[in-house]
Write a protein that binds this ligand. Structure first.
Ligand code: HEC
Length: 95
């Protein structure tokens, strides 16, 4: 019983730290994609302006997708997701 508890705790920590690493990777990948492709029309000020339009995480995803479509980058959904995560972690901080 005790062994199996210790084991599940161990598994829990492994899985948790793995997913944290995966998220950190995603954010840095998102930053790279963003900085390379997205600074043509607006700077980061766009995400910090007082009357910014994005108020929810879902709408942030939509905005990234919309600008991405205008740009015609051919990103995969994972790329859109990574950039969304990056912008959220850095500027929007939405739940
Ligand atoms: C073709 C020019 C153009 C490019 C390139 C562009 N954007 Fe935009 N973006 C805009 C404009 C214009 C707005 C403002 C839209 C509005 O106010 O309704 C905007 C707004 C946004 C917003 C919402 C800001 C707010 O009000 O909170 C986000 C997020 C965003 N862009 C992300 C991106 C990302 C990510 C990329 C790279 C894929 C990108 N943009 C590339 C033109 C562009």
């Amino acid at each position: 019983m005790k062994t199996s508890f210790t084991f599940s705790l161990f598994t829990f920590f492994c899985v948790t730290s793995l997913s944290l690493t995966a998220q950190a990777d995603m954010i840095s990948e998102g930053k790279a994609l963003h900085d390379k492709n997205c600074m043509g029309c607006h700077q980061a000020e766009m995400y910090k302006r007082d009357n910014r339009k994005v108020k929810t995480l879902a709408y942030l995803g939509t905005s990234v997708e919309n600008c991405n479509t205008q740009l015609g980058t051919g990103w995969f959904p994972e790329d859109v997701q990574a950039v969304t995560q990056y912008l959220n972690a850095t500027y929007y901080k939405l739940k």
